[in-house]
Design a protein around this ligand. Structure first.
Ligand SMILES: Cc1cc2nc3c(=O)[nH]c(=O)nc-3n(C[C@H](O)[C@H](O)[C@H](O)COP(=O)(O)O)c2cc1C
Length: 295
């Protein structure tokens, strides 16, 4: 439905509040969007992800099953992408230094405008610290008295399902060959998927070619949607995006703590970047990129 058509729907008895809300929504859309913009797909998607009575009935059955089924819990407790045939490169146990949270938040700016960051080469220790304190395993809890152990990561995750994966695309990191890697959070290691000149080979920089020159490493963040949606149905899609936001802030703050400027990268061609890191774009989608590099 086009934005201008919604207001012509007659109010049904007993739905006055809802109709008022719809009218306000339509007014905002008319004021903010270009005439003729069709937001119907987003409206429909949003409606499906609203935690209302309809979704709640389906969700409560699903959530109960997840909490009570040992087999499901077992699967959940170890869900992650693995590349068993790939060479595994252990990451050092590097820390974040002395920067306070307040200082980090005050200094956090995106790549182009980051005045506080040092300009220096990135090393394996930087990569290790950023990955560990952004999405690494930092804790654990037991699922029931005799259940499996659930590993807990640096980011909050709905149901501790951890649907996100990180693929560091290395362009210029001291001690690591350029190429495409995957972060094995459980082993705190990198799986080497491909060694190549990533600065030349990586696609998706058409809108911002300067990123390609600036980047020392690009963290491509993907999501295995069903990991969250198996439990939370359509609401799971929202959760995945919420979690990507939390991860983004972790990536920003940890990079800054190591003295390195970063920037979220949303303006890429999904299909090209997904294919580049080996995600199929359907079961596993690209959510965002995070560029760490020089100004
Ligand atoms: C989801 C998201 C996508 C973004 N995509 C891009 C991008 O593609 N290119 C870019 O230069 N900045 C991108 N940014 C960075 C914003 O432009 C930046 O955060 C904003 O200008 C505020 O500046 P600050 O981060 O320095 O406070 C993105 C930020 C977010 C949160």
């Amino acid at each position: 439905m086009r934005s201008t058509e919604a207001s012509s729907v007659a109010p049904a008895d007993g739905h006055v509040g809802e109709t008022r809300a719809t009218a306000a929504h339509d007014r905002v859309k008319t004021e903010l969007l270009f005439a003729g913009d069709d937001t119907s797909a987003v409206d429909a998607f949003h409606a499906r992800t609203v935690w209302g009575r309809t979704l709640e009935r389906r969700l409560s059955v699903r959530i109960r099953a997840f909490l009570s089924e040992p087999a499901l819990r077992e699967i959940v407790s170890r869900s992650r992408n693995e590349h068993r045939d790939a060479e595994s490169i252990a990451l050092p146990d590097a820390g974040l230094g002395e920067l306070t949270l307040e200082q980090a938040l005050l200094r956090r700016r995106s790549l182009a405008s980051d005045a506080a960051a040092r300009e220096r080469a990135i090393g394996l220790g930087d990569l290790a610290a950023i990955l560990k304190y952004s999405y690494g395993v930092l804790g654990e809890r037991r699922l029931g008295a005799a259940g499996p152990t659930q590993r807990l990561r640096a980011c909050p995750s709905a149901g501790a399902l951890y649907p996100l994966e990180i693929y560091p695309v290395v362009m210029d990191v001291a001690g690591l060959a350029p190429g495409v890697y995957h972060y094995d959070a459980i082993g705190h290691a990198l799986s080497c998927l491909r060694r190549e000149d990533a600065r030349t080979a990586m696609p998706g920089f058409d809108l911002q070619p300067e990123f390609k020159a600036q980047a020392s490493v690009v963290f491509v963040v993907t999501a295995v949607l069903l990991r969250s949606m198996a439990k939370y149905l359509d609401r799971g899609y929202r959760f995945v995006m919420n979690e990507a936001g939390a991860l983004t802030q972790n990536l920003h703050l940890t990079s800054l703590a190591r003295g390195l400027p970063g920037c979220v990268w949303g303006g890429f061609c999904d299909e090209e970047v997904a294919a580049y890191v080996g995600a199929d774009g359907a079961r596993e989608i690209v959510v965002l990129g995070f560029v760490v590099g020089k100004r």
